[in-house]
Design a binder for this molecule. Structure first.
Ligand SMILES: Cc1cc2nc3c(=O)[nH]c(=O)nc-3n(C[C@H](O)[C@H](O)[C@H](O)COP(=O)(O)OP(=O)(O)OC[C@H]3O[C@@H](n4cnc5c(N)ncnc54)[C@H](O)[C@@H]3O)c2cc1C
Length: 613
């Protein structure tokens, strides 16, 4: 059993600070197979706990490239029709689309992590001889009806039928147990650390009375929800939408609903896991489409909701999230790597990593390989791609190269790109966040307290929630509160003195500097706070923690208040950035400035069309 947090996890979490060391623990990464591209039969990263996501060993080479290190281009050791940089959903999709057009093509996919999938990562825990599965990043196929045809087609090609989730996902489980939302108030703002249950399900007066808010705060919270007031009287819907697009939700609550600071503070971090900024940077209009966590006050009688994220249920979820999309893509590309033939049987099938990079195979996925340069040959008939693996630089030659990695990294890898394009690519500041999975032997505490989700007003983790109840194939969700549960906790660095993309740069640095012990401390402290009343004891009850750390997380979000208006589509930096350049084309969800799987697939499709066009 992966069980208790081990000393080794602790060390893994603390040993490398940003820029501190280039001495990657290679023996840890490769085991007995150091120096050989084929991975061993016992190589199985999903089972690792501790600090995962952008794990130590995955980022140091690229960071030293950014700080000026270079590696000499060697004589090409291998030749391919296509080299894909980045083995996330976009890179894997690009290989799939390319192969569809060019059956038999030789393709190499390079990724710096010890597992494929990019953000779409699988976490496993062993409990009582059983495997429990969690999602380390990309969690759901969000609103698949809105997917582009290329993306819908790809899901079909790899055997995913989203309609089946209506059977597999138990939409009533938590409601049937009367589990709802709770707020954990912080002592700095409210003078007392207090858990208040029944947010959104009890009458607001009753809920507010239990909070540690001031009398004014309580009264304003109740009024903001209950008063049937149009706070923008005399304006047409269009005018209202125009105004609400230009002011933040915080400004709206403060200046129009006129609530107390304690109410403003209560909601300031509400959207941190989604927009990853405070509510002073989120346009008020977005709140209409964001019902998560029991609802937000003040808009209901001002402007009517039309469509939005809630138009399709949020149920299209595999137990490992969209890691299943990545695994099914790998099955399509290298059939014997993942036994079975259906989306259902893939869930519990063990992936054989030794099949990913086999000598002589046409399709190879090479992990632990950071690309440091990609440039056209002198005659422009090919691209030489140099990467670092096991501390050594290697060069491969490709007729085409698709960059499916973080777009902001591309200027460092392809210095020959035009200046304007480089600026466009560099604009894509990624949004840092972490998904922490906590293995507990049962979830009776949640059931006894009547909650499935806790929002913390101002603490390290913004939330803890029960897992999505989905069962398919041989995998059964723990429908009884007496069965094991993988809890989901989300931490996003928050700065009250920095706004705009700069806060994401600072957040990236903070994430890389935060040791595992800090995550572990807050997991214990915040779960004790939320569940202690039902007998939970972190010391006794936590059997495993995996911190999926994503310093380069969501694609840049151009939807926040500070984004300039562009005269045309062409003027958008990410549109400039994704232009084809000779034999190099550009994929990744970043190319659409949209943190979603549809964007990852759509831009893989476009990059392939440009490559073969
Ligand atoms: C925590 C989290 C939750 C998310 N949840 C959802 C969700 O529920 N639904 C949804 O649709 N989307 C979600 N997303 C957005 C997600 O980013 C996309 O859906 C999709 O997984 C992105 O795929 P990608 O291939 O474009 O990029 P990535 O997944 O980032 O893959 C790019 C790969 O390239 C690698 N790379 C970078 N530089 C180099 C280099 N120099 N050499 C080699 N490899 C390199 C990266 O390390 C990475 O492995 C989430 C993202 C995060 C971080």
């Amino acid at each position: 059993m992966h069980g208790k947090i081990t000393r080794r996890d602790f060390l893994n979490g603390t040993q490398v600070a940003i820029g501190a060391s280039l001495l990657t623990p290679w023996t840890d990464v490769f085991g007995a197979n150091a120096g050989n591209f084929q991975l061993g039969a016992d190589y199985y990263p999903p089972a690792k706990t501790g600090l995962r996501g952008s794990h130590d060993g995955s980022w140091e080479t690229m960071h030293s490239r950014v700080f000026g290190a270079t590696w000499p281009k060697g004589n090409p050791e291998e030749e391919y029709d296509l080299v894909v940089v980045g083995g996330g959903i976009s890179g894997l999709s690009a290989a799939h689309f390319f192969l569809r057009e060019n059956p038999g093509a030789r393709i190499l996919i390079l990724d710096n992590h010890d597992d494929f999938g990019g953000h779409a990562k699988r976490n496993e825990f062993q409990v009582n001889g059983e495997t429990r599965i969690g999602y380390g990043g990309t969690e759901s196929i969000d609103t698949p009806s809105g997917y582009a045809d290329a993306s819908k087609g790809l899901l079909k090609d790899i055997g995913i039928d989203v309609e089946r989730f209506y059977d597999y996902y138990d939409q009533d489980l938590y409601n049937s147990l009367n589990l709802g939302y709770a707020i954990a108030y912080d002592s700095d703002t409210y003078g007392e650390r207090k858990l208040v249950r029944g947010y959104g399900s009890r009458p607001w007066g009753e809920f507010a009375a239990d909070t540690p808010m001031s009398e004014r705060g309580k009264a304003d919270l109740v009024r903001a929800f209950n008063a049937e007031v149009d706070y923008l009287p005399g304006m047409s819907r269009e005018e209202k939408v125009g105004l609400l697009s230009k002011i933040s939700y915080r400004t709206y609550l403060r200046d129009y609903v006129k609530v107390d600071d304690q109410v403003l503070e209560m909601y300031q971090r509400w959207g941190m896991s989604f927009w990853c900024v405070g509510m002073d940077e989120v346009p008020a209009i977005y709140i209409l489409g964001y019902g998560d966590g029991g609802g937000l006050p003040g808009l209901e009688h001002t402007v009517q909701r039309e469509g939005g994220r809630g138009s399709e249920p949020y149920i299209f979820h595999f137990p490992d999230g969209n890691a299943s999309v990545a695994r099914l893509l790998v099955r399509k590309l290298i059939p014997d790597a993942l036994p079975g033939s259906t989306m259902e049987d893939s869930v519990t099938a063990r992936l054989d990593y030794s099949r990913l990079d086999q000598e002589g195979a046409d399709l190879r996925i090479r992990l632990n390989s950071t690309v440091v340069n990609a440039e056209h040959t002198a005659d422009s008939r090919a691209v030489d791609v140099t990467y670092v693996h096991s501390g050594d630089a290697h060069t491969v030659r490709a007729k085409r190269c698709i960059m499916a990695c973080y777009n902001s990294a591309i200027p460092y890898l392809c210095p020959e790109l035009p200046e304007r394009q480089q600026q466009g690519l560099a604009y894509n500041v990624k949004v840092p966040l972490t998904y922490t999975k906590v293995m507990v032997p049962h979830w009776r505490w949640f059931a006894d307290l009547g909650m499935s989700f806790v929002y913390y007003t101002n603490d390290f983790f913004k939330q803890v929630e029960l897992d999505y109840p989905v069962s398919l194939g041989n995998y059964r969700f723990s429908t009884s509160p007496d069965e094991p549960m993988v809890l989901h906790m989300c931490y996003v660095p928050y700065f009250d003195d920095i706004q705009g993309p700069e806060q994401w740069r600072a957040g990236k640095r903070r994430l890389l500097e935060t040791p595992f012990s800090t995550f572990e401390y807050h997991v214990r402290d915040q779960l004790d706070q939320a569940l202690g009343g039902a007998g939970f004891d972190a010391e006794r009850d936590i059997t495993g923690i995996t911190v999926n750390r994503w310093p380069h997380g969501y694609a840049y979000s151009p939807d926040l208040l500070w984004e300039p208006t562009y005269a045309s589509e062409e003027d958008k930096p990410w549109v400039q950035g994704r232009k084809p350049f000779g034999r190099i084309t550009i994929a990744n969800s970043d190319a659409g400035a949209s943190a979603d799987t549809n964007s990852a697939i759509v831009h893989a499709y476009r990059a392939v069309q440009e490559a073969i066009g």
